[in-house]
Design a protein around this ligand. Sequence first.
Ligand code: ZN
Length: 767
Amino acid sequence: MNGPTKAQSSTFAIIDEKLRLRKALQDITNRIHAAQNIKQILVDLKDGILNLFDAHSITIYVVDNPRNEIYSMFLAGTQLREIRVPISNNSIAGFVANTGRVVNINDAYNQSELKIIDAKLSFDQNWDKISGFKTKQILAAPIYNNNQLLGIIQILNKKIGEGKFTEEEVGLALEIAEVLGVAFYNQQRFERRRKTRFDYLINHDLLKEEELERAWEESREQKETMENFLMHKYKISKEDIGLSLAEFYHCRFVQYSDKTVIPGDLIKNLKKDFLRRELWVPLEKIDNKIHIIVDDPKNIIKRDTIENLLKTKQVKYDVALTEDIIKFINLFYHSSDDEHSFTEILGRLDDEDTIIEDEDGGERITESDNVIMQLVNKIINDAYSRGASDIHIEPNIGRKNVEIRFRIDGDCALYQTVPFSYRAAIISRIKIMSNLDITVKRLPQDGKIKFRRPMGEEIELRVASIPTQGGVEDVVMRVLAKGETMPLEDMVLSSRNYKELINIIAKPYGMILCVGPTGSGKTTTLHAALHHINRPDRKIWTAEDPVEITQYGLRQVQVQPKIGFDFAAAMRSFLRADPDIIMVGEMRDFETAKTGVEASLTGHLVFSTLHTNSAPETIVRLLDMGIDPLNFADALLGILAQRLVRTLCKKCKEQYHPSKEEYDEIVESYGTQEFAKLNTPYNNDFKLYRPKGCEACDKTGYKGRMGIHELLIGTDSIKRMVQKHETVEGMRNKAMSEGMTTLLQDGILKAFKGFTDFIQVRRVCIK
Ligand SMILES: [Zn+2]
């Protein structure tokens, strides 16, 4: 048997070689398609592709459309480096990207050879100069998929043979380019699909994908956080950034607010500098879970650290902007104008010092006393600077923390929590400050604290201690801030009310009453009225409990009911002290009311307050008390009922067109017949305002309060009805027919003007 001929052998060799090549190509194709990402193809699989060619070097570029460049990556030692080439005719690869043509060059340095391909084509020699590599042959082909240019494959310098790369090699390069095209397309699609924390912005058309791509790079260059960069450069609102982060991390987005409750017990053992560096801080404890705000809730390493430090897995992570986290940390560790922060004070109470109640309920007092003192001072100072009217200290039973709440603008809100172990010490300290008996724990007590603020102002606190369930004691402190007198013009009275009030307070004698529940601003109104008539030719005596507002020219007296110097006694002494005008804090009993009526009938102008709901009800109340109807009818000048409503935040309130149902409800509340007189039909021009919420108002949509009023004038017809002891209903109707607007009506009119909304008005007007 003859062996294969020479020609046959050579044919077999070619077939063999072709099979080997096919196999190698298949192998590399599989590996390309299995690649994790484009980077892996560019760096790790490059040599495998190079093995298919008998060449010295290969570079695979990826198109970066937003920057009009192509780039590649390579390993320099262990460092990953990037090269970037502009899509232009100034380099071979750039030319291929620019034109989409395949280029096969024998000598890169031969200008005339390049000119034949394109007049403007040049070879960039810089790379050779840096690397010492001498480029000769270049084979470069575009990588396409679906007519979209995705990259360039460039092969340099044949290992054997002269001249250009062969036709087979060009064919092979094109085959590889096709494989790469499919791989790049799939990878890019995959990478596009890969979620980023800003997907929400793309999905809601707030940002284009190219813009996001660019923003990643630009923010990195400008060393700014991506969030800040998007807010500044692309004017994305903080709210939208928040929605995007919340969606991505599946958690809450927490924005900074300086009204945030300081989580004293949660941060007691954490160092400020550490938290600032690590960018997280505990915010609150809800349902036994500690809520931590962190810049990246998916960061496992950070979460591990946090859970180790807090010694619990009961942690929930919320996301916040870096700068907000810093602000929270600053707030928590340096919360107010005085030098000691809440946390710092708590931190100084060593656990060994913990003040534990004895079995009999008495407590051992240790050297921590001084710290407890600072803690209580801090609570009072913070309450005052936040404009709180009341401080509620609420100890819980067992090992639950003490809650401290402030009432601000009429609503209570949590201010701080303090570890349960200090509850007895805090309560004792307040009782000592207010001269209460610290051994009496099973009966309510009341007292006061005169408190000097760091800046020297003096404030007074009314203190009530009340035994509560579980053998603990609550303490509630009313902050009696020394108020300023408000001019009557600033009280936002309706023009009718203002005119009528000015008129009656100018009378030489008679009785003027201001009525409403506690905290409805009665004292402020009375002082405003007194201020209006406070002149050197008039002697004005006031009996108050306590004196909340001081006014030059008034002779102000603090009553002392405990020693028998009550309102009635004060008024009797005033009558012997040549008064023109008398103001009595409150007519809570028959004696005071009777003396007041008599004083007003003997040539004095008398001002006072009552805890009644409306102006007409006040008349009936006094008559029911036993006041003589004829005398009272003579004395009565006017009764002003008042409430405070929360006002809409001017910065963020929103105008809207209410539904017909809402309109009808308002009309019905106002009184259909009365409303008809206002000539406010329901049409498209009918607009109301509603709260929205912004930084200025702590997201509530409301800021501050204002009065709503109901002023009943003691006209002749009203006086006649008083004499006859007529019903509240009858007197109200009469007064309304004479021009009085009810509290609800005045409130609705103020809602129409955009000062407040119907919800707030209805809330304070419900009896
Ligand atoms: Zn606001």
